[in-house]
Design a protein around this ligand. Structure first.
Ligand code: TEU
Ligand code: CA
Length: 555
């Protein structure tokens, strides 16, 4: 018999709060300008101070860093810049000693082109590793000119095929050319993956975040995309016929004997398909990151567009209706692929930055689903004031610049204006530990510039100020822990149409908590019961909701 609460089977990972670390940008312990595992080790008390239960570590494996570690060269080796396997073991031990579990990033849709398997595979058509990847001969067009095997495009712009010199065949890469896709239809590949999973599980890691895992099964015959499909090819790439078979096999072969948590990145998965990945009776993943909330400000062309609160709120009701008690959601509004939380959903100007960051913390930590905090959001770190293409690192930005600006299709000014809203690099600037020149992250030039506002926004200051955003996160996490209704409670939106206020209840048994969030700088009077105030981002009570006010009360 499993213990249930409000109809949900109780699980530690449903009750957990997760903190994501992007190691390259967290803390540099040896002054080479790059974050590393020893740097994280020094900051375990800082992480523990928030009260989180789980850390998700972005890739720490050996990699040539075409995509900052999401291109793995050796799954059983630590990236030299990040340290050694001894450092990893020490870090895992320190987290466990602090009562924090550690999940790592499983990037197995693709490897690096420098992985030993690919080095073999590209040598000849009959190499035993050839079939670890996806190869096709070129395709002649009407004029007889050779081109890629089909019209699939890379998520990072350009064709998804690269012609390889040794044999003249093309290999598939749904991301960068340095990230060739593995052929999951080959059982040898799948068993290699289960093997490497067991390698880390045997060390004691507590589970995996699975990178673009729905992409592992490719459409049979690799048919070209229609024009409509080409606009958002991820919905085709995530819709192969065997993805669920492979995930069930992975659960049986690799995960079953261990007590793990798994969270898949459901890029390209529709809401209707989501239960197929997470319904606990199917034995696939525990949870997925569903992209609807982080795509609220993206147009059909993927560019930034303004968003409306009513549309944002509708996502949560829609999700709640689509996922029954056998499915468990996640709550996340930021990660290493998205702009900064407060800059995107709040107001990062001096007047409202703290309050709106606390409002987003309130939303994240009172929503149904396991919450994921991205490093630095607990300090209300903001987007970086990029002014020039040379300041970016992300290969995606650079590829898009070549394709859009250098071709003359988009002006440099328009391109940069959009990147100021959407760039992944906003999240990747180093953590701001203090007001020193490089924010205390490093003493040398960091791999990516530290935000100049580190003089104002930094951990040292936040730790010293009991009213800081950091301490507010800690208080909200503690509140979530004290009130099972915030974890397992039913969700109901009370004002779905209201243009500025997000107000909802969470109910389990005889406890109902009311959350009220004013997503604007103006005061709003609303007609809802007051209850007993449990938490909020103002010190005193008032009849109306003030600018960016967040309030949690018990009814
Ligand atoms: O991300 C998948 C991915 O395509 C996202 O970058 C997505 O396009 C973006 O969030 C939309 O805003 C994963 C990793 O998280 C990312 O860092 C890697 O670059 C990518 O896979 C390839 O491994
Ligand atoms: Ca370092």
């Amino acid at each position: 018999m499993t213990d249930t609460l409000n109809g949900y089977a109780r699980r530690w990972w449903k009750e957990a709060v997760v903190y994501q670390i992007y190691p390259r940008s967290f803390m540099d312990s040896n002054d080479d300008g790059i974050g590393d595992l020893r740097g994280i080790l020094d900051k375990v008390p800082y992480i523990k101070g928030l009260g989180v239960d789980v850390v998700w570590l972005s890739p720490h494996f050996d990699s040539p860093n075409a995509d900052n570690g999401y291109d793995i060269r050796d799954y059983r080796k630590v990236m030299a810049e990040f340290g050694t396997m001894e450092d990893f073991d020490a870090l895992l031990g320190a987290f466990h000693a602090a009562g924090i579990r550690l999940i790592i990033d499983l990037v197995v849709n693709h490897t690096s082109d420098e992985h030993a398997w690919f080095a073999q595979a590209r040598k000849s058509r009959d190499n035993p590793y050839r079939d670890y990847y996806i190869w096709r001969p070129g395709n002649a067009d009407i004029s007889g000119k050779e081109g890629p095997p089909n019209n699939w495009t890379s998520i990072f712009t350009g064709p998804a095929w690269h012609k390889d010199e040794a044999t003249g065949d093309y290999y598939l890469h749904l991301f960068a050319a340095k990230q060739p896709d593995l052929n999951w239809d080959n059982p040898a590949v799948r068993h290699e993956v289960y093997d490497l999973m067991r390698f880390w599980l045997d060390k004691g890691v507590d589970g995996f975040r699975m990178d673009v895992i729905p992409f592992i099964s490719k459409r049979p015959g690799l048919p070209s995309l229609s024009d409509a499909e080409r606009a958002k090819p991820q919905f085709v790439y995530a819709d192969g016929p065997h993805v669920h078979d492979y995930l069930r096999e992975m659960r049986r072969e690799a995960l079953a004997p261990y007590d793990t948590m798994t969270v898949g990145e459901a890029f390209g998965v529709t809401l209707a398909q989501t239960p197929l990945f997470v319904d606990e009776r199917r034995g696939e993943l525990d949870m997925v990151f569903q992209f609807d909330a982080v795509e609220i400000d993206r147009g059909a062309d993927g560019k930034w567009k303004p968003w409306r609160l009513a549309d944002f709120k509708a996502i949560f009701s829609r999700h709640d209706a689509a996922l029954d008690a056998h499915c468990w959601p996640t709550a996340f509004f930021s990660n290493h692929d998205n702009p900064r939380l407060v800059s995107r959903y709040g107001d990062d100007g001096p007047q409202w930055r703290d309050r709106s960051a606390k409002l987003m913390a309130t939303l994240l930590l009172t929503m149904k689903g396991t919450p994921f905090i991205y490093q630095g959001d607990e300090l209300a770190m903001t987007n970086y004031p990029f002014t020039d293409i040379s300041q970016f690192d992300d290969l995606w930005v650079k590829g898009a610049w070549r394709e859009e600006v250098e071709s003359g299709r988009v002006s440099a000014a328009d391109f940069l204006a959009n990147q100021l809203k959407v760039s992944r690099d906003h999240a990747r600037t180093p953590m701001q530990w203090n007001d020193a020149r490089n924010g205390g992250f490093t003493t040398v030039t960091p791999w990516l510039a530290v935000n100049p506002n580190t003089s104002q926004i930094n951990a040292e200051k936040a730790l010293a100020d009991p009213g800081s955003v950091y301490h507010y996160y800690a208080a909200m996490i503690a509140l979530r822990r004290r009130h099972p209704a915030l974890v397992y409670g039913d969700y109901q939106d009370l004002l779905p149409e209201h243009p500025r206020v997000f107000a909802y209840t969470r109910t389990a048994g005889d406890e109902t908590l009311l959350v009220m969030l004013n997503f604007s700088a103006e005061s709003v009077a609303i007609d809802l019961p007051q209850g007993t105030c449990l938490a909020g981002n103002y010190d005193d009570d008032a009849p109306a909701l003030r600018g960016w006010e967040a309030r949690v009360s018990q009814l």
